[in-house]
Ligand binder design. Sequence first.
Ligand SMILES: [Zn+2]
Length: 258
Amino acid sequence: MLFDAHLHISDEYNPLDENKAKELIENAEKNDIKYLVSNSTCIRSIDENIFLLKKYQSIICGIGMFPTEFKTEKDLQYIDVIKNKVLELKKEGYSNRMIIGEVGLDFKEEKSNKDLQQRALLEILKIAKENDLYLEIHSRFAVKQTMQILEQFGYNKIIMHWFLDSKKYIDRAVKLGYFITVGPKYLYDQNLMDNIKEVPKEQILFETDYPASVSGKICGPEAIKDIFDKYCKDFEIPKEDMQSILEKSFSKIFDPKT
Ligand SMILES: [Zn+2]
């Protein structure tokens, strides 16, 4: 079973276009991509991804806030929004089709409020733990600090997104049992092979991060097939075997009771 472990059908730059979303979801279905984990990055996208969750069986909803949205103290109110949306969805019976994401740290911009981002991440980790949910973690220019917070907090239901450049930390993330995503960059960058090798197959997930552009190209969820094919070929694993590993990983993340 294939699924896209991280994309954004709605995000802070792209409000939901219902027709475009329908096309994307149907196209994924045609290509046997069974589930799409649509991560939120702002308040509007949380509501739009919840709308998609309720409309389409294949959508798994990420409730989250992009780290750079935490600019001033008053932005800490977003944490309550995340908490309330999570509780609401749980009450409505969506526990098995939700996740906390996209959250984490992003120190790329000089003016980013590093202290606030770290405080927010800690609070969001508490929400995930209280509700027994996985988190999709972003760590651009802040891998060291992100790993520090995650390790100190000690909650290991973690998916590290776009993390494979950080060779130094892969080993630690693997030991802690985190899942690590392989994205479209792998299709263009042979150097990633060395890092992917460090991750056991049981901890690998595939993602497109749609609509992010990689090597000037935007990959829709159907690209999961190309990433999956390349992985099976490079690592000499029969496709059926990798499919069943992915199925097990999926159950572990979204249906821990079975
Ligand atoms: Zn993303």
